[in-house]
Design a protein around this ligand. Structure first.
Ligand code: PHE
Length: 486
């Protein structure tokens, strides 16, 4: 069977790396990572998050890139082609569809947060953040959200900008902006860490991030860490798979995935090192929730030399980082409409954008007019975040791992990943046993099986036996096959 010819390719080897890093590094690193680390108590959460990135995030990212490049298309088509090449069940396309839906749903609440970053760039300039206390800055944030026109206006602006760039085609918009933005963001964060070093509470912030307290390891925190690993690497949401489909043959997938994951993790840790010392120095509560950076950072900008200019630049950078992530969330949908149904990128962006605006309107209103509407204790914004990060992404991850690890003939992935035998065996171990078992355990816990309850310890034992059995089987069949066929 002849393989699909690529229609679009990145212009250089760096094209994918830049775009995938642009998609990965975003509000997840600068806004979400610090605030959920604060909520789940610091060091133990950071450790679980890092473990999830290594054991699940990187192998799943490699799988996703490989599926995209092998199938050369948007998630539904790419998975469909790879499965067809393998002679498998076309139902697997549903996994691609779920990923696209997930990216779309994420975007509908992401524009609200990105809107905060845009608004704060402006507010730094016009003096509305001149307050010098945590309470007053908290008030500014609340007032912003209480006004549906302000909140909505900025969010709609972000949505329109995103759609405009996607309509023009990702290569032009993304490749160019990410090239200078990533180094810029890194320099800003380093400067903020430098300021944090002088704030007097660097030690407290550092300890909070890296001090390991075993009692903070709970099933709930593990589920959050797992969900965040997926979110921050843009996995199972169509973005990486679609970008992967534009990679030229011959580029190393493993090296690329590691590079993207390392950049992403460094930005998150730098953001944490910049933010927590400022929070402790000003007597703020690290578990202040989604407003954490919008309340703490303006306070720091007030106190530092050239603070206003620095603050404007910082929020502008965060806004652009958010934009390069937002683009990836809807690229899969627009690419799908274009490739499959021949709808032009522009029309596709208008059509999907209209649906998007309706859903995100509900997300915007959950901070004001609809704030009382909290079915099962969460408002609409929180529901979107919860469903996508905690359920849809890990579920997509488990299915892709099963597809690559069990369903596809081994030559397909081996050929596409192009790894040395040892590397391939390690990848296979991860997607066959480690990722699915870990994700499943976390799910079972979330469904009420108390993972850490002494009565349920057998659960751990069972998983351990499964992993051992898996290892044994792999040693017998796979590894031998891998080595012999080289
Ligand atoms: N990874 C992005 C961030 O950390 C969010 C994202 C999720 C982007 C899914 C694309 C797809 O902000």
């Amino acid at each position: 069977m002849t393989r699909e010819k690529p229609k679009n390719l990145w212009r250089s080897r760096w094209g994918f790396i830049l775009a995938a890093t642009g998609s990965a590094v975003g509000l997840g690193n600068i806004w979400k990572f610090p605030y959920i680390t604060g909520e789940y108590g610091g060091g133990a959460f950071v450790l679980m998050y890092l473990a999830c990135i290594l054991a699940i995030g990187i192998p799943v990212m490699m799988t996703e890139i490989a599926l995209g490049r092998r199938g050369r298309g948007s998630p539904i088509d790419a998975i469909g082609r790879v499965v067809r090449e393998n002679g498998g069940n076309p139902l697997w396309k549903v996994v691609g569809g779920m990923g696209m839906l997930c990216g779309f749903l994420i975007l509908s609440f992401y524009v609200v947060v990105a809107g905060w970053a845009f608004a704060y760039t402006w507010k730094m300039l016009d003096g509305s953040l001149a307050a010098t206390s945590v309470e007053a800055l908290g008030g500014v944030f609340e007032a912003h959200n209480a006004d549906p026109w302000q909140l909505g206006g900025w969010s709609v602006l972000v949505a329109l900008l995103t759609l405009w760039i996607v309509a023009k085609g990702v290569q032009q918009g993304v490749e160019r902006s990410v090239r200078w933005m990533m180094p810029g963001l890194a320099v800003m964060l380093l400067a903020l860490v430098g300021y944090a070093l002088s704030s007097g509470s660097f030690r407290a912030g550092f300890d909070f991030l890296f001090h390991f307290d075993a009692s903070k390891i709970t099933g709930e925190a593990l589920l959050a860490a797992l969900g965040h690993a997926f979110f921050t690497l843009s996995l199972a949401s169509g973005a990486i798979l679609t970008y992967g489909s534009y990679i030229p043959d011959g580029q190393s997938i493993a090296r690329t995935a590691f590079l993207v994951a390392i950049c992403d993790t460094c930005v998150a840790l730098l953001a944490g090192l910049a933010i927590f010392p400022i929070i402790f120095a000003n007597g703020m509560n690290p578990s202040a929730g989604p407003g954490l950076i919008f309340i703490s950072l303006p306070l720091a900008f007030q106190q530092m030399p050239f603070g206003t200019a620095f603050g404007v630049l910082f929020f502008a950078m965060v806004s652009i980082a958010a934009l390069t992530s937002a683009i990836g969330m809807i690229e899969a949908t627009v690419a799908y409409l274009n490739e499959k149904h021949g709808i032009s990128r522009f029309k596709g962006a208008v059509a999907s954008g209209s649906v998007l605006l309706v859903i995100s309107l509900l997300a915007m209103l959950s901070f004001n007019l609809m704030s009382d509407w909290t079915p099962l204790g969460k408002n609409f914004f929180d529901w979107l975040d919860y469903l996508t990060s905690r359920w849809m992404m890990p579920l997509g991850g488990i299915f892709m791992a099963i597809l690559a690890g069990y369903v596809l003939r081994s030559e397909i992935m081996r050929d596409e990943l192009g790894l040395a035998p040892g590397g391939y065996a390690l990848w296979l171990l991860m997607v066959r046993y480690v990722s699915p078992v870990l994700i499943l355990m976390v799910f079972l816990h979330a469904l009420g099986w108390l993972l850490f309850d002494p009565v349920m310890q057998w659960h751990w034992v069972l998983s351990f036996i499964m992993a051992l059995a898996g290892l044994g089987e792999m040693k017998r069949a796979r590894v031998r096959q891998v080595f012999l066929s080289r």
